[in-house]
Design a protein around this ligand. Structure first.
Ligand SMILES: [Zn+2]
Ligand SMILES: [Zn+2]
Length: 172
């Protein structure tokens, strides 16, 4: 059986009593894409720092999951890199079905990978900005307004209206 870096054997939890802190780090096997503008790239390392607590019928996993994300500013398209830190509070149960809203586990081990992916996915910024007041790019000349201001007139006349204008001139 292949060992995954997010596997957690449960022997230590049993030996410890009913509570055990676990830190697992591993690489993502695929891109985690929220939007074209934001993703955790394949190969990025994710860290799960969690406490396992056993209860009748399962195990709760509570803690944080973190990784880095790459993206671009929604307004100026500058490349961005950030850290995503996601809270995790989940339940693992033996024989859990996919529609139960809990994760399934084996008799003697559970695997945190799916929980890690779900937690990160839920915490990635949907509309990343390089800063709150980013001025964006001029739609006319393409100048990055954070760097220098241009003298473009705004809003540009809609070309469809100028067609109407010339028709009007011809007719008038
Ligand atoms: Zn920006
Ligand atoms: Zn401009």
């Amino acid at each position: 059986m292949n060992r995954d870096s997010f596997d957690v054997p449960l022997g230590a939890l049993r030996a410890q009593g009913h509570e055990l802190r676990v830190v697992r780090r591993g690489k993502l096997e695929r891109d985690l894409v929220v939007d074209v503008d934001c993703r955790v790239p394949e190969g990025a390392e994710a860290v799960a720092d969690v406490v396992l607590r056993s209860f009748e019928g399962g195990i709760t996993v509570t803690g944080v999951v973190s990784s880095t994300w790459l993206g671009e500013c929604r307004r100026c398209l500058r490349s961005l890199e950030g850290e995503v830190v996601a809270p995790a509070k989940e339940i693992f149960r033996r024989g859990a079905q996919p529609d139960e809203g809990v994760y399934s586990m084996d008799v003697d081990q559970l695997n945190l990978r799916e929980m890690v992916l779900d937690s990160l996915f839920g915490a990635l910024p949907v509309l990343p900005l390089c800063r709150d007041g980013c001025l964006g790019i001029c739609p006319v000349c393409g100048e990055d307004r954070n760097v220098s201001s241009c003298r473009c007139e705004e809003p540009m006349a809609d070309p469809r209206w100028s067609v109407l204008d010339s028709l009007r001139e011809e007719g008038g």
